[in-house]
Design a protein around this ligand. Structure first.
Ligand code: GDP
Ligand code: MG
Length: 223
């Protein structure tokens, strides 16, 4: 991560990124996926529970070493209980955030099934980051940091973070960390089709912007 500490999140939606990656938020219903995304994009928390309806995504643009990396982040949209229906949603994903609620043991115990879904449906090189949400609720904690770290090591995940969508703790960092990892890997393994991919990313960036505008209009709440 040397030299990458000074990453910043850019607000300019019209910016055409140097790199574009697709990321998905997965995990049981109610763990806080929509609130995490809403916190990252709008920096606010909504406490009323609202099931997300329809497929939704938002974007974050992160500046790393003078390059702009756009993460297009998809939320599973309340269909977590109909997992066979959301498999298309994994398609083409470079990254998955595997989210559990650190106050609910069941949400941690089911993580293995979510990993299977990523392996079967996302890109073969997709990176998975483990995220324990609701860190503000320390008195109700059921999953220790040590247990989560062991899990991340056992399943070869690229990292582990704890977050609170309520206070905002750790939320932006999980996305910045993932963007750094994807960026570094793309720098390390330049594909012969890199220029082609960059053009594609730029085209997609333009399209993303259009989607993001209509998506924002359609959205009525985060969670
Ligand atoms: P999703 O089904 O995974 O998208 O979960 P939501 O984002 O809709 O959140 C489910 C519930 O958990 C909502 O009532 C939220 O207000 C609450 N929630 C989400 N994140 C946090 C958090 O970090 N701390 C606390 N205390 N509550 C949270
Ligand atoms: Mg949701």
């Amino acid at each position: 991560m040397d030299g990458l500490e000074s990453c910043e999140v850019l607000k300019d939606e019209s910016l055409v990124p140097d790199m574009l990656f697709k990321a998905i938020l997965i995990g049981d219903a109610g763990v806080g996926k929509s609130c995490i995304l809403h916190r990252a994009v709008n920096n606010e928390f909504k406490s009323e529970y609202e099931v997300t309806i329809g497929a939704e995504f938002s974007s974050l643009i992160i500046k790393i070493k003078g390059k702009t990396v756009k993460l297009q982040i998809w939320d599973t949209a309340g269909q977590e209980n109909f997992r066979s229906m959301i498999r298309v949603f994994y398609k083409g994903s470079h990254a998955a955030f595997l989210i559990y609620d650190l106050t609910k043991k069941e949400s941690f115990e089911k993580l293995g099934d979510w990993i299977d879904d990523v392996k079967e449906n996302a890109l073969p090189e997709a990176k998975i980051m483990l995220v324990g949400n609701q860190k503000d609720n320390e008195e109700c904690r059921r999953i220790s940091v040590a247990a989560a770290k062991d899990f991340a090591t056992k399943f070869n995940l690229i990292g582990f973070k704890e977050t609170s969508a309520k206070t905002g703790e750790g939320v932006i960092n999980m996305f910045i960390e993932m963007a750094k990892i994807l960026y570094l890997e793309a720098e390390r393994n330049p594909s012969p089709k890199k220029d082609e991919q960059k053009k594609d990313a730029q085209k997609k960036g333009e399209r993303t912007k259009l989607h993001a505008v209509s998506n924002t209009k359609k959205k009525s709440g985060c969670c």
